[in-house]
Design a protein around this ligand. Structure first.
Ligand SMILES: *Cc1c(COP(=O)(O)O)cnc(C)c1O
Ligand SMILES: [Zn+2]
Length: 402
């Protein structure tokens, strides 16, 4: 590993780059790799690079194992001018993370977690999750030949269990309090040498920087004014922000976009703290939103995200399930079908434009975090239609009806 340090996001205490425990011994806040201030994008054909390779200057690994990769990242940045025009913005981009190997951005963080586990000589990895992270760690862990452990709650429905099980990892339904399971997994990991690549662990956040790096490249280094990120634990938004900061430090871009943290109103601990001007999140009781991937009632990076927003000057907003469903349909009709979480940014942008926070000349990028096919139950909210007609009548049916 290169000579970088890990630093506590709250108290600044320093730790070794090899540390696996993601939180500070003194204040229990998340640790972060120090800001990389120098580096270049690897020259050459991105089609022949993995994200580990292309941006290797910004990561601590001396030996890169490209065979751990499933060619995640390099996802499209789609411009949807008709939606932009309708809501009164100059440009609206959608970073379509559903085109990752397991159909969500989690793959970026999983790859870097796995690479770190390998660098330290681990043979076992794991995750506590019922959603996209479980799927991602199961896929990457198994592929890398690690003994891979996925802990889920006992009552997880089959439609969520099977997409994890298919990759062949050790999948364990745990009977007990799911909130405690996260902390227990870290204990078990320490005792049994399992590297848990959970929600906002240090190297997962590092991996998320690559989405920012790519957006810079995709826009010829003319970064958007705002980047909107649907936020739960807070790992993704921290990573994306850090990515822009590092490219700025390295002189690759000349400014850092303002970050908009978007939450669902049925579970918005970061938003609640933000509007009350607090610097600590409080647990939300009885979270309830259709966007289950952003339903963490007590986000482990919540305080770090509040601090980040203060430093960056961005904002935080929450939107209702109804607004999310409308946004999902609007995006799908322009060819980008995201899961409900992924439609929170567009709903947020519409609201912020109405409120006048965003103005006509702003260029805004929304992070579409995962695929709409991940949560087919949302179809029921849409009153979807089709037509029926006899084969002999089809010609006239088309002529008469459309
Ligand atoms: C995990 C996830 C999020 C939230 O990311 P955090 O890093 O937990 O803030 C948002 N959308 C989707 C689809 C996810 O899977
Ligand atoms: Zn600390």
């Amino acid at each position: 590993m290169k000579d970088f340090k890990l630093i506590c996001t709250a108290c600044g205490k320093e730790y070794s780059i090899e540390r696996v425990d993601p939180r500070c011994d003194d204040c229990n806040e998340p640790l972060e790799m120090e800001l990389v201030k120098k580096g270049k994008i690897k020259q050459g054909n991105p089609l022949q690079h993995t994200i580990l390779e292309r941006y290797s200057d910004f990561f601590p690994f001396n030996e890169i194992r490209n065979d751990l990769s499933l060619n995640e990242g390099f996802t499209p940045l789609v411009s949807i001018s008709r939606i932009a025009k309708r809501i009164g913005l100059k440009n609206l981009y959608f970073k379509n993370e559903s085109q990752n190997p397991t159909w969500s951005f989690k793959d970026r963080g999983t790859l870097f977690g796995i690479q770190h586990a390998y660098s330290l000589g681990y043979k076992k990895v794991g995750a506590v999750s019922t959603g996209n992270m479980a799927v991602s760690v199961a896929a990457y862990g198994k592929r890398a030949g690690f003994d891979t452990f996925i802990f889920v709650g006992k009552n997880i429905p089959a439609e969520k269990l099977n997409p994890i099980a298919i990759y062949g990892a050790h999948l364990i339904r745990v009977d007990g309090d799911y909130g405690r399971l996260y902390y227990e997994s870290l204990n078990i990991g320490r005792k049994q040498g399992i590297y848990f690549i959970n929600s906002d662990v240090t190297y997962r956040v590092e991996g998320y920087k690559t989405a920012a790096f790519e957006m810079c490249e995709q826009l010829d280094f003319d970064v958007p004014d705002y980047v909107v990120v649907p936020t739960s634990a807070g790992g993704n938004v921290r990573g994306i922000y850090k990515g822009f900061l590092e490219f700025k430090e390295a002189g690759i871009i000349d400014r850092v976009p303002k970050i908009i943290v978007a939450q669902a109103s049925g579970c918005s601990p970061i938003y609640n703290a933000f509007i009350e001007g607090k610097d600590k999140v409080e647990r939300v009781e009885n979270p309830d939103t259709i966007a289950h991937g952003i339903e963490n009632p007590f986000p482990p990076s919540g305080n770090a995200v509040l601090k980040m927003l203060k430093e960056n000057g961005g904002t935080c907003i929450s939107v209702s399930d109804e607004e999310i469903i409308i946004a999902q349909k609007e995006m799908a009709e322009k060819g980008v079908f995201g899961q409900p979480e992924s439609c929170v940014p567009l709903a947020a942008v519409k609201k912020l434009r109405q409120q006048g926070y965003l103005t006509e000349n702003d260029r805004v990028a929304c992070i579409v975090t995962g695929s709409g096919l991940k949560y087919t139950a949302a179809f029921e909210k849409h009153n979807l239609k089709s037509h029926t007609c006899k084969l002999e009548e089809l010609n006239n049916f088309i002529k008469d009806n459309f």
